[in-house]
Design a protein around this ligand. Sequence first.
Ligand code: MN
Length: 438
Amino acid sequence: MTLLNETHNPALRSWVAAANTPDNDFPIQNLPFAVFRREGSSEAFRGGVAIGDQIVDLAALADQRILGEAVATALQAGAQSSLNALMALGHSHWSALRLALSHALREGAAEQAALTACLVPQAQAQYTVPARIGDYTDFYTSIHHATNIGKLFRPDNPLLPNYKWVPIGYHGRVSSIGISGQQFRRPNGQTMPPGATQPVLGPSKRVDIELEIGIFMGPGNALGDPIAIADAEQHVFGLCLLNDWSARDIQAWEYQPLGPFLSKNFATTLSPWIVTLEALAPYRAAFRRAEDDTQPLPYLDSSDNRAHGAFDLQLEVLLQTERMREAGQAAEHLVQTNYQYAYWTIAQMVTHHTVNGCNLQPGDLFGSGTLSGPTLDQAGALIELTQGGQRPIALSNGETRTFLDDGDAITLRGWCAKPGFARIGFGACVGQVLPARS
Ligand code: MN
């Protein structure tokens, strides 16, 4: 469990002025990682660290040798076109690099002049998926989402009996994972229209969002060696935002008996910045199970996990329709919720995923599952917000939505804030639905 240290001190200020403004996502206490290059250039993609409205170019920094030999290995790894090598190095390297950057970016730092030459404005950046993701597993850790969805798909049997014992997940698809800004065509697929006797092939009429956290793995485990819950977080690099676009009509027809297939694998969008567990240390929260609720089996339980296995992470979904865009109208708030309502923690996901000996590798990605909160206005998917499409959402320009229309863009945002600590944010995860291919 990562403890608080000098890098979390809320009084720290950076010589990058924009890092010190109150509502900015990237103060000196955050220091998240992405992979980027200058937009429109043919530069190599390389790792970067966000500070205010700038990016510290890790490839330039590695060449300059400003930060000393202790972090040279981490910088060389972070300078590559994907962060897998940095993810593989483990917590001691990540933490040393964070501390060195925290020192060099502080007001009054001797490194300011040399480091200024390594900055690229975020406004000029193009991002890419930050790791070569070997495998992607999507979990189902919100009991509120599982219950809401279960009611719609199986009114008589909403929550299946394994839910409170098993951190449920399925193996997803990597090839269609994109970075914020991703545009994708409305998927065609097979659906069974209400009252029909045979299915039809056509564009999905129920394209939906899933508000999720993405979790990037650090060092892996050997095939056959489970990861104990006490060690689980040593295998986690950090968190981003994830939108698991879902075609509900395709899903309803195909999902039994083996689970989601073509309803989920046409697009998944990530935010570019990965916020490390160390940066999130001030925002750890207790993992709570009511005393009269099912308790985790011993391999999924620990005092550390109960004390601070969860994260107090605020999450928001915004929608901008084509008409809003044409009218110059900003994206409109749909939902706000919090990651701490999840029924299973990240440590429990890692431990359960490996209990059979399954090996994780650096750069593997987990999705948390849709992070709906306890009330319906905290739901992380339109199918819940609109109660299966029965109650349209009224937008301020007079439009309504049940599911997404062509041209709709969805933005996910996430941030942590509490008195006595610096607010840190995740940036944005934006994706847009384009018309189906005819
Ligand atoms: Mn999902």
